[in-house]
Design a protein around this ligand. Structure first.
Ligand SMILES: Cc1cc2nc3c(=O)[nH]c(=O)nc-3n(C[C@H](O)[C@H](O)[C@H](O)COP(=O)(O)O)c2cc1C
Length: 234
């Protein structure tokens, strides 16, 4: 059965043989963090993410967009410090904003990237390596999605690369009606890609639906086995 909006809420209230049952989800604040990997604060990636955010907001889900900005972003130096302190040794603004949002509590994550040379842009990957290496325990089981924007080619390779962060972190990947890609070159052009923008809206609605389903699931999430790391060497 596919329910949305008001009918979804009413069905929850009146289920259980018409006895009034008000689920916690009605009072729960739900929030999705969106990371804009473009150095352009208001470029095409921001436009695509804003369309996802608008759909989430329509469903009662709060959103916050963190932009990576124009400053150089350090990459992971494999120092292992995060394993001891629970946070990256570098304290740059984008990492700190994400750390704060994650610690305050988020219910979903969307990562947006412009396509650079057929992949996600370098600064974003530098940041995400550190975010996922240091915060994977806080991110696991959160629904996640990536969104990519390109002028002409490389979108699906960039999309696949970003999704790898989620699929190694026990994060359910939210899908849409098409792969999450939007076309545009100069800032603003993305809004002319009608199918791309519709794909963004569908993604937002699908993510809100998945967050609600996971929040009302009685059995919580699976118990994970202790990780095995064989590194292909016995
Ligand atoms: C260094 C660089 C590399 C790029 N590489 C590609 C590419 O491989 N394929 C493509 O279609 N567009 C490429 N583009 C274009 C951007 O992906 C496109 O302009 C996008 O809309 C920028 O998004 P933004 O406004 O959010 O920064 C590249 C742009 C730059 C600056």
């Amino acid at each position: 059965m596919c329910l949305s909006g008001q009918s979804f809420l009413l069905s929850l209230i009146f289920e259980k043989n018409m006895r009034i049952f008000v689920p916690n989800i009605l009072f729960m604040r739900m929030k999705v963090l969106l990371i804009n990997g473009s150095p352009k604060d208001k470029g095409n990636t921001f436009l695509a993410l804003s369309e996802v955010a608008k759909a989430l907001n329509e469903e009662g889900v709060e959103t916050e967009i963190v932009s990576i900005g124009k400053q150089p972003v350090p990459g992971c130096i494999a120092c292992g410090m995060c394993g001891r302190t629970g946070k990256c040794t570098f304290n740059d603004a984008p990492y700190f904003s994400i750390l704060r949002a994650v610690k305050e509590g988020i219910d979903g994550l969307v990562v947006g990237s412009p396509v650079y040379y057929g992949g996600p842009n370098g600064s974003l990957c530098a940041l995400l390596d550190r975010v996922f290496y240091s915060l994977s325990n806080h991110l696991k089981f959160l629904p996640a999605a990536s969104v990519v924007v390109c002028r002409r080619g490389g979108a699906s390779a960039a999309f696949d690369r970003l999704n790898k962060y989620f699929t190694i972190t026990n994060m359910p990947v939210v899908s849409s009606q098409y792969w999450n890609m939007v076309y545009g070159q100069t800032p603003g052009q993305a809004s002319l890609d009608e199918e791309g923008m519709q794909t963004m809206r569908t993604l937002g609605h699908n993510m809100a639906w998945m967050i609600r389903q996971l929040n009302i699931a009685a059995d919580g999430h699976p118990q994970l086995e202790a990780p095995l790391r064989t590194n292909f060497i016995r």
